[in-house]
Design a protein around this ligand. Structure first.
Ligand SMILES: [Mg+2]
Length: 267
């Protein structure tokens, strides 16, 4: 663990945590709770994570929220939890509440048209199966390909999709293991802001994430919670501290569980 923001104290955060009426734990999925694997459909959480999340949901008053770039319906089986937590999917375009209420933001027709065009440009059979479609977004995954092949795919689709991004007002972003084109207007930071703004009680939060897309969430939570980069290697980030998965991630979830379990309010 490394403290990146000297104004933040890890121990003080946990000492103070029981005092808050609302405790929110935002968790990214890929690269944070689950290691990257060649086939994203097989990316299950690190050993021990599922059990800790289950305990956090059932034994504490934590509002546990998964914030992911993935399609909500794709993340549910991977989480493998009987009781489904709150999920903000597709970078905040979708919101699934624990009671099953589901809402998806409107996608502009021009954006949908652009995504369709981008999809049609992918002609290689081996890449078609690597396309991930979700509301307002199209992602191309190249994890597992040879380095040389990745370089070719990357430069080809960066060029092709860049043109579509320009003409259809879409955002083109590289992520760890691929490229995505998505409708603007929502990001993980918007999800964090919406959750925090909707709570009037005394609240605190932590956000754990690994990717460039989590930086929007880190900046949205700045000053009202703890932001943590979860990654094997440290990189430039706006997060308050850096932890290495899975060991330090499990330690963090375990500490949260212990602190909140003993401090759970009786309602
Ligand atoms: Mg991630």
């Amino acid at each position: 663990m490394k403290i990146l923001n000297p104004a933040v104290s890890f121990d003080k955060f946990f000492d103070d945590l029981p005092e808050y009426d609302r405790k929110i734990l935002f968790l990214d999925y890929d690269g944070t709770l689950a290691p990257f694997v060649k086939d994203p459909a097989k990316a299950v959480p690190y050993n021990g994570v599922r059990e800790l999340l289950k305990q956090l949901l059932e034994e504490t008053d934590t509002r546990l929220i998964i914030v992911t770039g993935r399609y909500t319906k794709d993340i549910i089986p991977l989480l493998g939890m009987e009781k489904i937590p709150e999920i903000w999917g597709s970078h905040g375009l979708e919101h699934l509440k624990p009671d099953g209420t589901y809402r998806v933001a409107d996608i502009k027709p021009a954006a949908s048209e652009g995504l369709q065009k981008a999809r049609n440009l992918v002609t290689e059979e081996e890449l078609k199966s690597r396309l991930e479609e979700k509301p307002g977004c199209l992602a191309l995954h190249w994890r597992g390909f040879e380095q040389e092949q990745v370089a070719q795919i990357r430069s080809k689709y960066l060029e092709l999709w860049k043109n579509i991004a320009c003409t259809h007002q879409l955002l083109l972003k590289e992520f760890d293991g691929g490229l995505e084109l998505r409708s603007p207007g929502k990001n993980k930071g918007d999800a964090v802001r919406e959750v925090m703004a909707g709570i009037t009680e005394k609240k605190t939060a932590a956000y754990l994430g690994d990717d460039a897309t989590d930086e929007d969430a880190f900046s949205a939570l700045k000053g009202s919670g703890l932001t943590i980069l979860v990654r094997k290697e440290l990189r430039k980030t706006g997060a308050d501290l850096w932890i290495e998965p899975p060991g330090e991630l499990l330690d963090f979830l375990h500490r949260w569980l212990e602190v909140c379990r003993s401090g759970k309010r009786v309602i």
